[in-house]
Ligand binder design. Structure first.
Ligand code: CMC
Length: 377
């Protein structure tokens, strides 16, 4: 018997994160996600994931220096992005950009642990630069060079618009990066591990992961959530809209999860950030629509005996949109943050590697004989 979608199958041991699906808890290397979101920056979380522990001041300064120095993307890669049709989806452009980075990385084919640690930093540092450049180029604008004075997440916002984010926006983006940095054996992480388990290179692993994250059942859901909020338009439309969609047996984006059978712990953290943003800007519409959707889903799915809760993508959509980010860029943000987790998993995989090669159960016909072509059909 095959396990559809590999549900419940344990494919690796990991020290990176643990998901308590029944309780709705998420732990990165022993630290609860709420604790990290409140008390650590994304850069500190990167250190935790890559080196096993939160950094001391000196360790953080050293990592920051590298992450800042590695933010620049060479002009050849920017030129490749420049040639893409503006209609290219930003995740497709990121996949191309990340792949092109390998051609200009002198250590691309060096799979030593030391080279891989350096590439993990380089890739994580460059993804926001690629994403911001993709958005500006498709809008006919020149990319903005990264700032050396801002944190990774704040610098991303700066490179998008050209103005430095205020403290609240910078903190919100940083927390969003922390929440998206790592999440067990999700589909894109699995894709990355499968790729490098063949002893292919780190860039290939990350490119596989980007392509996998792009799908609407995984990272692509945050973009679809915003499309849904816009289609609903006003809070009073939410209830009939959701009921009609469920009636048509459609999935409500931003709800449900393979592992969580309770509220995804990242969702309430993002909801709180959405509330802070709404309070600052006075625009509570997206939050109100989201809350109404949540209420209808609670009632409807409860009635059907299969409660389904909001996941990380549900409230991240209104957070990003209120920060002024276009909705088709949302999944790229997820990719920028998750590069920390992908690269950590790639290094973990290679520490004790074995080719990942499951089996498929053949259910097709047997015993057929090849007929000459004129006798077929
Ligand atoms: N809306 C309505 N019904 C749903 C939803 C949803 N969002 N999610 C699951 N269901 C129903 C589904 O129709 C099925 O019902 P039935 O048993 O009657 O056929 C039941 O719940 C189980 O669904 P499943 O597809 O077997 O569950 P899965 O573990 O394969 O799917 C999922 C997990 C995340 C793909 C799914 O919940 C989904 O499609 N959600 C919407 C997309 C989404 O928000 N994805 C982001 C996931 S979290 C972040 C990330 O990993 O990127």
């Amino acid at each position: 018997m095959s396990s559809r979608g590999l549900e419940g199958v344990v494919v690796a041991e990991t020290e990176l994160s643990k998901i308590y699906g029944e309780e709705g808890r998420l732990v990165y290397r022993g630290y609860e996600i709420e604790d990290l979101a409140e008390h650590a920056t994304f850069e500190e979380v990167c250190h935790l994931l890559w080196y096993g522990e939160l950094p001391t001041r000196e360790q953080l300064a050293a990592l920051n220096e590298r992450l800042v120095a590695d933010r620049d993307v060479n002009s050849e890669v920017i030129d490749i992005l420049r040639r893409l049709p503006p209609s290219t989806h930003p995740m497709a452009a990121l996949r191309t950009g990340a792949s092109a980075l390998a051609s200009f990385d002198p250590e691309a084919e060096d799979m030593s642990p030391e080279a891989n640690q350096r590439k993990a930093i380089r890739l994580t540092a460059k993804m926001p630069t690629l994403t911001a450049a993709i958005d500006r180029l498709r809008n006919g604008k020149e990319p903005i060079a990264p700032s050396k004075d801002l944190g990774l997440a704040a610098n991303f916002l700066y490179m998008l618009s050209g103005s430095e984010p205020d403290e609240l926006n910078a903190r919100i983006m940083d927390v969003a990066f922390t929440l998206h940095a790592e999440h067990g054996m999700n589909a894109s992480t699995f894709a990355a591990r499968v790729t490098v388990a063949t002893l292919s290179d780190m860039h290939s692993g990350v490119v596989s992961a980007i392509g996998t994250l792009k799908g609407p059942l995984h990272g692509g859901a945050n973009e679809r959530v915003m499309e849904m909020l816009k289609a609903i338009g006003e809070p009073e439309n939410a209830e009939p809209w959701v009921r009609a969609a469920l009636e048509r047996k459609e999935r409500i984006m931003g709800f449900g999860h393979r592992v969580y059978k309770a509220l995804d712990p990242r969702a309430p953290i993002l909801k709180k950030l959405a509330e802070e943003l709404a309070a600052k800007g006075g625009n509570t519409k997206w939050l109100e629509i989201s809350e109404r959707i949540q209420a209808v889903m609670r009632e409807e799915m409860g009635k059907r005996g299969k409660p389904i809760y909001p996941n990380v993508d549900f409230f991240s959509a209104s957070v990003y949109y209120t920060l002024g980010i276009p909705s088709d860029l949302f999944t790229n943000i997820f990719a920028c943050a998750r590069t920390a987790g992908w690269t950590a998993h790639i290094m973990e995989q290679l520490k004790d590697n074995r080719l990942i090669r499951p089996k498929a159960e053949y259910v097709g016909p047997l015993g057929k004989k090849v007929q000459p072509i004129e006798r077929r059909g």
